[in-house]
Design a protein around this ligand. Structure first.
Ligand SMILES: [Zn+2]
Length: 239
């Protein structure tokens, strides 16, 4: 499984840091988590075929996780028409809003897009990747996602209220966890990460305000032999 951090920024873009988006590749199949920036950019940059995008999973409704979906679906509608990913949304108002946007801006005919509302539990399994949605308390209908493939588990926490109260509960060992750092001192992860079976931690979505606490967490956990990386755009993780 290859995971590219397409956008590592928090709610506001920073120089060379776009809003949240991850691209996951398993063999030729491609999946996205969040689209605060459009997933078309890494596909085009890397010469990948949009037809290979199987699914897009959106953790929650906020614009720094969804705005890029508008241009992504725009291009699916009139140009990459043979691509047909399933798009998993926290609510279907987002699908209606994109429809309204495209009605106002496109001259090409509309096409059917495969939207699905996320419920908690297993939401996707194509025989290569299984995805489980886990409720969080960041905002209405916000979720974390557990990706399971090739015997590996990757947890995308999404945005949280605070890890002390809504860190996603996963009972099996986790190979890689992506933790946000925009809404509380990143050191608030310490009691949780010390007590779960995880091999590697990536902090993404961290703001300048909480960057010192992210470095503090990294130093503390690395003393315990748990590697911690502060994500930047285009960083690639292979597990
Ligand atoms: Zn966010």
């Amino acid at each position: 499984m290859k995971i590219t951090v397409v956008g590592s920024s928090h709610g506001i873009p920073e120089p060379n840091r776009k809003c949240t988006c991850f691209m996951v590749e398993i063999g030729k199949k491609i999946y996205f988590v969040d689209m605060g920036t459009s997933g078309m950019y890494p596909l085009i940059d890397q010469g990948l075929n949009p037809d290979n995008v199987q699914a897009v999973f959106i953790t929650h409704k906020h614009g720094d996780h969804t705005d890029g979906l508008i241009s992504f679906v725009d291009l699916l509608t009139w140009y990459y028409t043979s691509a047909n990913p399933q798009i998993f949304l926290p609510n279907l108002n987002i699908a209606n809003a994109i429809d309204t946007w495209l009605e106002a801006t496109l001259t090409a005919p509309k096409r059917e897009i495969n939207y699905k509302k996320i419920e908690s539990g297993e939401i996707f399994n194509d025989g290569v990747l299984k995805v489980t949605a886990i409720d969080t308390m960041h905002c209405p209908d916000s979720h974390a996602f557990l990706f399971e493939s090739e015997g590996k588990r990757v947890l995308f926490c999404g945005d949280l209220k605070n890890p002390k109260i809504d860190f996603p509960n996963v009972n099996e060992p986790i190979d890689l966890v992506f933790c946000e750092g925009a809404h509380f001192p990143v050191t608030d992860y310490m009691p949780v990460l010390e007590n779960i079976d995880v091999k590697r931690v990536v902090i993404n979505h961290y703001s300048p305000l909480f960057t010192p606490s992210a470095i503090e967490l990294k130093n503390a956990l690395e003393k315990r032999n748990l590697p911690v990386t502060l994500a930047t755009d285009n960083m690639l993780f292979t597990i």
